[in-house]
Design a binder for this molecule. Structure first.
Ligand code: NOJ
Ligand code: NOJ
Length: 577
């Protein structure tokens, strides 16, 4: 009987050599999982880096493969996102003195990225948008197949990792490498971010073309780090440009918060019919954790800020009854977490890295509460806290109170619980795939996903109070750039069933979309009108579109142009040509 069950499991998962759930003692506590898994995760990362990694043959020096899996799915490519996040971990380990052997590998990654930046690809050349390309072949050549591109988190994540290393080099005799190699690379990436953050692109899951919380959050952090570094290196112009654009990003970041849902909507400026609950937002919170900030730093959604905790609560709960592996788990305990509840990729399963991220956000929060010496509960975070203390109430609770100790104990148990979910579905040999099956818990999709290994190690580090460098989140306040309310009017005679729309060169004008342009009102027919709030002092182009039963007709050339003033409102009066 046992024998046949064993064979069924193996039969269903031939790709995974030891796919039975981990049943040995190592998985029973968070510390025992950390002890057994850490070396396996580290080795798993190094095996996936060219040229000498044991599972990455064919990869150029410094190239991180996403996974050695070549079929269903084929992940034998290098994604800038995965690679940059993996090297953020390795650079942190090196610069914090936890692993002094990594410098050659970091140097190889820097040169590989220097090459890749210059590779012309379907998103463009280095100066015409190519920096937004998400993935490359492992020999560093362009991937030319169709894909969700651009993905504008890529240059931001790369520059965050590069700047972390540059800061170390600056104080360790390496400033010539910084000025000769790294800062010029960072400038390429951050000039791209500064110029393009306001345009839509694909989200980190490579599916939604819109504005992604994750992307905006990491772009914001990247520009803040870059602005500070620009001062270090004496580039006053870039300090000023990056600071101005970072302020715009921080303002924009606020618009993802849903006060009614009490969570961050993962993607806006799109219409995909999803709830917006998405591990995207938890990943953003941990990727932008600043150990020098406090829980009042809600503008950047610090992990312990009331909004980020409410979001954690909402996202985690969205997976509670979704997966069979979560059934029977108490309503306040950790569960397996996927990308987003509506996911259908590989049938929609929990992901190791998303479950690790749910743990990591809580470890970050525990770190900050301990540092600050108290927990503040607001009406926004109250439901999160009630999971651990049913009598929790709005207020501030010092370390000496029983409220504080009860909550901290409960949060620690939940955080460890997420690790133990991952532990439970980690095969005995410790390989971490991308996903585990929502019904059987058997690993699925790409085996040995480099990002899964990195996600385990960052969560383990935070549990141990090993935290990343600060990036300036403390004390940030939102100052939204000035805007002008522009009323567009066009005199256009239409036939029954025909409507007039507006499209133009700014994100607020749909970035020239003809499939989802801005609808205009015919209340004063034949004058069609719509008012759009646009950034002040900004030049843009626009046009009107006539749509009749799906048939799209653009107004004749040339495009209209306009430059907004400093503030106030204006009406533009045009006539269909
Ligand atoms: C491959 C992408 O990597 C994955 O994130 C996505 O879900 C699928 N394509 C389907 O679009
Ligand atoms: C699919 C994931 O959705 C995406 O985020 C990742 O970059 C690629 N797989 C490669 O791991």
């Amino acid at each position: 009987m046992l024998f046949s069950v064993f064979f069924k499991v193996l039969g269903a998962t031939s790709l995974f050599s030891s796919a039975s759930a981990r049943l040995d003692a190592r998985a029973t506590t968070a510390p025992s999982y950390i002890t057994s898994q850490s070396p396996i995760s580290k080795a798993g990362i190094l095996a996936n880096i060219g040229p000498s990694g044991s599972k990455s043959s064919g990869a150029a020096s410094g190239v991180v493969i996403a996974s050695p899996s070549t079929v269903n799915p084929n992940y034998l490519y290098t994604w800038i996102r995965d690679s940059s996040l993996v090297y953020k971990l390795l650079i942190d380990q090196f610069t914090q003195g936890q692993d002094s052997t990594l410098q050659a590998s970091i140097t190889a990654w820097v040169s590989s990225m220097k090459t890749i930046q210059q590779v012309t690809n379907p998103s463009g050349t280095v100066s015409t948008g190519g920096l937004g390309e998400p993935k490359f072949n492992i020999d560093q050549s362009a991937f030319t197949g169709s894909w969700g591109r651009p993905q504008r988190d890529s240059p931001a994540l790369r520059s965050i990792s590069l700047l972390t290393y540059a800061n170390w080099l600056e104080s360790n005799g390496g400033s010539s490498t910084v000025t000769g190699t790294i800062w010029p690379m960072v400038i390429l990436d951050l000039d791209y971010v500064a110029a393009n953050w306001n345009a839509t692109g694909f989200d980190l899951w490579e599916e939604v073309n819109g504005s992604s919380f994750w992307t905006i959050a990491v772009q914001h952090k990247a520009l803040r780090l870059g602005a500070t570094f620009a001062t270090t290196i004496g580039d006053a112009t870039r300090h000023s440009t990056y600071t101005t654009q970072a302020a715009g990003l921080l303002c924009f970041l606020q618009s993802f918060w849903s006060p009614t849902g009490a969570y961050m909507v993962a993607n806006i400026n799109q219409n995909n019919g999803r709830s917006g609950l998405d591990a995207n937002t938890i990943l953003a919170s941990i990727a932008t954790f600043d150990p020098s900030a406090t829980c009042s730093d809600v503008a950047s959604f610090q992990p312990c800020s009331d909004k980020a905790l409410a979001n954690h609560y909402a996202v985690v709960n969205s997976f509670r009854s979704l997966y069979t592996v979560n059934s029977g788990i108490a309503s306040t305990a950790a569960v397996a977490i996927g990308r987003y509840p509506e996911d259908v990729y590989f049938n929609g399963n929990p992901w190791y890295l998303a479950t690790f991220a749910a743990a990591e956000q809580l470890y970050d929060a525990l770190y900050t509460w301990n540092k600050v010496g108290s927990i503040s509960i607001t009406s926004i975070s109250l439901p999160f806290f009630k999971q651990f203390l049913s009598t929790a109430a709005v207020g501030t609770f010092a370390k000496t109170t029983t409220q504080y100790t009860t909550i901290v104990a409960g949060v620690q148990t939940m955080a460890d619980g997420f690790l133990l979910i991952d532990a439970k579905y980690t095969p005995t040999a410790g390989g971490l795939a991308e996903q585990f099956d929502k019904a059987t818990g058997v690993p699925t999709s790409a085996a040995d996903l480099t990002w899964s290994y990195a996600a385990s190690l960052t969560a383990f580090a935070r549990r141990n109070s090993t935290v990343p460098a600060s990036w300036g989140a403390a004390g940030l306040t939102v100052t939204c750039p000035a805007t002008v309310a522009v009323t567009f009017t066009v005199d256009a005679t239409t036939v029954f069933g025909e409507n007039i729309y507006l499209s133009g060169s700014l994100l607020q004008l749909t970035d020239w979309s003809s499939t989802s342009p801005i609808a205009m009102s015919a209340a004063a027919y034949p004058i069609w009108s719509v008012t759009v709030v646009l950034p002040a002092n900004t030049a843009f182009q626009y046009k009107y579109i006539r749509i009749n039963n799906g048939v799209v007709t653009w107004d004749s050339d040339p495009n209209y142009s306009y430059t907004t003033g400093a503030s106030g409102s204006v009406t533009l009066s045009d006539t269909w040509r």
